[in-house]
Design a protein around this ligand. Structure first.
Ligand SMILES: [Fe+2]
Length: 278
């Protein structure tokens, strides 16, 4: 489960040299989640760190309206609104998901920094999908072996997007090609068997009837909802969490909307492509 760094270790962690990148990927792949409590680093330092370890993602659609002013690579998460072109997002709060599941190179890491948490508390939960795989009955593991799930940003948009987002017109929509990925796969760094899931963007399982496909997706949904081996993080201002979307599911929890919740998210494009375009 997650690894936490003490205050004294954090500067050292973020200033690791480029030769230590493999150390970082091993660490985040094994634990799923790295926690830097009250790190107090500003988002520019984190962006620098992200650029050192890989290519920072700029989301084609979200960067238009949902980024920190003057920083296309930093997505605003929460209810903070700076202006019409910089509004916080949280449309899928409460749903277990994987950031950028719909991309062929799913991101590692997602870096989320807490700028401001409501005084009444706000929480994000995490599950390592290697633990999830290990918990499945053998018969269900066999049933899932070789199954490919289709992930599609358009599906997400239809079910979750609100008016704060940039309109998804036909051109945008056509550019976001769905991808299919094996539900059970071997993590590229740790070689551990993990599940690849996302209940925001999943559509169907390749080669199954709608009924069969829905049945499997619903069963997986219920397993995840009831999974007890999860980490629940209570946000404190300054906290930085980094996770590997290739072996971690997460979901934000509802909070008091009368208070401000502002989080900054930076994601690094995964250096390992898997799945195929549909
Ligand atoms: Fe997310």
């Amino acid at each position: 489960m997650p690894i936490k760094f003490k205050k004294s270790e954090i500067d050292n962690f973020l200033s690791k040299s480029e030769t230590e990148i493999s150390y970082f990927y091993n660490l985040i792949g094994s634990h799923g989640l790295v926690i830097l409590e009250q790190a107090k680093h500003n988002s520019r330092d984190l962006l620098k760190f992200a650029k050192k370890i890989g290519k920072v993602r700029v989301h084609e659609i979200n960067s238009i309206k949902n980024s920190l002013p003057n920083f296309k690579e930093i997505m605003l998460v929460g209810n903070k609104e700076y202006n019409d072109n910089s509004k916080g997002l949280e449309t899928s709060i409460g749903t277990w998901h994987t950031d950028y599941a719909f991309k062929i190179n799913t991101d590692c890491p997602s870096i989320l920094k807490c700028e401001k948490s409501p005084s009444s508390g706000s929480y994000t939960s995490y599950i390592h999908t290697g633990d999830l795989y290990d918990s499945l009955e053998e018969s269900f593991k066999l049933e899932l072996e070789g199954c490919e799930m289709v992930f599609d940003y358009n599906a997400f948009y239809k079910n979750f997007a609100d008016k704060k987002r940039t309109t998804l017109d036909k051109k945008n929509s056509n550019n976001l090609v769905p991808v299919s990925k094996n539900i059970i796969y071997e993590h590229p760094v740790t070689k551990r068997k993990c599940l690849f899931l996302c209940f925001e963007t999943c559509m169907y399982i390749v080669g199954k009837s709608k009924e069969e496909s829905d049945k499997i997706i619903n069963k997986l949904f219920n397993i995840v909802e009831n999974f007890s081996k999860k980490y629940v993080h209570k946000w404190t201002d300054g906290d930085v969490l980094m996770w590997d979307n290739r072996c971690t599911l997460h979901r934000g929890m509802p909070y008091n909307q009368k208070e401000v919740r502002e989080l900054h998210r930076i994601t690094v494009e995964g250096n390992y492509n898997f799945g195929s375009f549909v």
